[in-house]
Design a protein. Sequence first.
Length: 153
Amino acid sequence: MIETLTNRIVARRFSHNYGRFIVDGSDGLARHISGTVWYRCAAGQSFRGKKCLGESLALTRSEADAYVREFSEKSGEIWRLPTRDEFEQITESSCDNPAANPNVFPGLAVVNYWTADSSWHGDRFGCSIYMYKGSTYCRQASQIEQPILMVKD
């Protein structure tokens, strides 16, 4: 019986190409091989039936930080913005437009997303990643509204 259950889990895991992620298709979460857990949709969207539904929020950098704090308080779990390094871990050289696996991140918009990194140009700027090819930019004006993805350890 255990062998049959194991075979079903393995078959389910590999029925889709999730690359470096372990995905439970029902809860909207994906665990990267590094251990970081990603919410598969942008903030403001909900994961239903293997899709991200609704409109993603466009937030300034300070609004993004506030959103993640409030989301953490309401969920009882510590969520945060991903770092540039974490975003680079999810980019796939075989994927562009977007640069992330669409089986893991369905409907991911090809736009800039805020990262947790600080800009070396001061508080008026933040870092973002452009999901067309996964390039990062740390001179993004902090007042520009952009979507966010969220991670937890």
